[in-house]
Design a protein around this ligand. Structure first.
Ligand SMILES: [Zn+2]
Length: 147
């Protein structure tokens, strides 16, 4: 019964405005027999009052309507459509490559071997990108020492 009071007040404003204006018109016409000036005054004044009163009431209805919509939007913003986890998820994602990068950087501290081409490879990688294998490079250097 009292749902959407803003819309109901707006409707009420229109109905009351029409009823007041109509009543002023009827009373004015009924008074026409006694005094024309009073009759015209009642009609014009009554219609004006009906219009202004209706306008004010309609404005009040809009005010209630808008404030309810704003409150609902705020509630949705705070609790509903925008979940607090959502902004946290992209903040976590960059951490994963960071961790991987840290692991790689700590691996750089492990033992390495330098290929004849000049590239430095970690010991767990047995063949260089140039095609030489670790064993080849070691054998080659041992051979150079023997010469
Ligand atoms: Zn190499």
């Amino acid at each position: 019964m009292f749902d959407h009071p803003g819309k109901k007040v707006q409707t009420l404003a229109f109905v009351l405005s029409v009823l007041l204006g109509g009543a002023a018109l009827v009373i004015g016409v009924l008074l026409a027999g006694t005094d024309v000036l009073i009759s015209v005054g009642v009609i014009l004044g009554g219609v004006l009052v009906a219009y202004v009163a209706g306008l004010l009431l309609y404005a009040l209805g809009s005010l209630v309507d808008n404030s309810q919509e704003i409150r609902a939007s705020l509630f949705r913003l705070e609790n509903g459509d925008f979940e607090p986890e959502e902004p946290a998820t992209p903040a976590v994602r960059p951490e994963k490559p960071e961790r991987v990068g840290r692991r790689f950087s700590s691996d750089e501290g492990e033992k390495t071997w330098q290929c004849d081409c000049g590239a430095v490879n970690p010991n767990r990688i047995k063949s260089c990108s140039c095609g030489r294998s670790l064993d080849e490079v070691v054998a080659n250097r041992l051979g150079q020492q023997e010469e």
